[in-house]
Design a protein around this ligand. Structure first.
Ligand code: ADP
Ligand code: MG
Length: 392
């Protein structure tokens, strides 16, 4: 998905006003009637309609006239709202090149005023689902006004909360910086996804570290659920950083054992195939489970017995039960949707120079946008962005 931040520089205060009005209208309309956008935006002399045409030209909104004259935000429009909010907050000042295309996200470099480079993850739930995963479509068919933007916001919110909690508990994860709508800002990880690494100096040590992380996570009450070579970054010193948390679940999830075993299995398989690691030192020693080759693997049940309560802390941190349930429905539907790295769609990589977004500073009065302020969020329902989002 292209993110032409240049367009951002030419958007006026009125453009953002109307874009925000469309977002607000989407709280209870899949397609927001143009008259409602006009009423929320409150521009004089039919100004809203002219602005809508401009937004449409820039692909920030989608026009739909099947039932009535209406609009909805596109992901690009949602990107712009999030980016503008974060820039206004002083979190970063420019957007640089794209550094990753995930299954359901785009990752860009962004730079702060003082030149520090951070990573920006824009969640794009539904990107693959609409095209590929039938079960997910079936699931969605039974839902009224399902909202991918809302789910992407939930994914970002969850990722931010988990990244922060894991970092606070000493796990090697990126530093969680901020979050707004479907966008998470975190520290830039040096190194490469493990999948790109052909050779390791100490494959045994790296293997042990990674398995140890899965076990330690579970001992804290959590399972990553997508713990594989695509979501493990490794640097030149073979230091590991784990990324990608929206699908994490508690060890008390009903499929926890399966998720745990699958994470372990992925690592075994990968190290076996890539680094020929059938290490004897993994032979049965401690009474834990053995696989067909007689290798002892960390056992979920013994780990679970010792499990701490980070999962409960997180549940109490503002990521509400209801949101957790919404996310888990999505995860369950995605049970076989294991991370396969970059999607094989026709998405183009947008590689551009850093663009200063100084013109974004014009409108500072967006203090009440939905964001990841964990303390003050609504519980949210599909079709809703945030209760704290001031209405017309
Ligand atoms: P997805 O959920 O779509 O799989 P990921 O969080 O796994 O997204 O990110 C996709 C890719 O983007 C990663 O494989 C990695 O190459 C890159 N990436 C993500 N986060 C960072 C980061 N903080 N620093 C550097 N690269 C990152
Ligand atoms: Mg990933």
């Amino acid at each position: 998905m292209k993110l032409d931040v240049n367009a951002l520089r030419y958007l006026t205060k009125d453009d953002f006003r109307v874009l925000t009005a469309v977002e607000m209208g989407m709280r209870n309309h899949e397609i927001v009637p143009a008259v409602l956008v006009d009423r929320i935006a409150g521009l004089k002399h039919g100004g809203t309609y002219k602005v809508l045409r401009n937004l449409l030209k820039n692909k920030l909104v989608h026009h739909d006239a099947t039932k009535y004259d209406g609009y909805r935000l596109t992901y690009l429009g949602y990107d712009f709202l999030a980016i503008k909010t974060l820039v206004n907050r002083g979190v970063f000042a420019s957007v640089g090149r794209q550094i990753g295309v995930g299954k359901e996200s785009d990752i860009f470099e962004v730079a702060t005023e003082d030149g520090t480079v951070l990573a920006m993850k824009l969640h794009r739930l539904g990107r693959t689902s609409f095209r590929a995963v039938k079960s997910k479509r079936d699931y969605l068919r039974h839902r009224r006004s399902f909202n991918w933007l809302y789910l992407s916001r939930l994914a970002a919110l969850k990722e931010f909360a988990f990244m922060k909690a894991l970092g606070d508990h000493g796990f090697p994860v990126p530093t969680a910086v901020d979050c707004n709508r479907h966008c998470v800002i975190m520290s830039l990880v040096q190194g490469y996804p493990l999948v790109q690494v052909k050779e390791l100096q100490n494959p045994d040590d790296v293997f042990d570290t990674i398995l140890g992380l899965i076990v330690r996570l579970a001992e804290h009450g959590l399972i990553h659920c997508d713990f594989n070579e695509f979501n493990i970054m490794i640097d030149d010193d073979e230091k590991i950083t784990v990324i990608d948390f929206p699908q994490m679940v508690s060890v008390s999830h009903r499929n926890a054992q399966m998720f745990f075993d699958r994470d372990i299995e992925c690592i075994y398989k990968f190290f076996n195939k890539r680094f020929n690691l059938t290490s004897e030192k993994n032979e049965e020693q401690d009474g834990s489970e053995s696989d067909d080759e007689g290798n002892s693997r960390p056992s979920f049940l013994s780990v679970k017995k010792a499990a701490g309560s980070l999962d409960k802390e997180l549940a109490a941190s503002g990521f509400t039960r209801k949101e957790q349930v919404e996310m888990e429905k999505y995860i369950d539907e995605d049970a076989e949707g294991h991370d396969s790295g970059s999607d094989d769609e026709e998405e183009e990589e947008e590689v551009g120079d850093a663009v200063p977004i100084d013109s974004l500073m014009i409108d500072q009065d967006h203090s009440n946008e939905p964001d990841c302020n964990l303390a003050s969020r609504d519980s949210g329902v599909p079709g809703t962005f945030s209760e704290e989002h001031g209405t017309s």
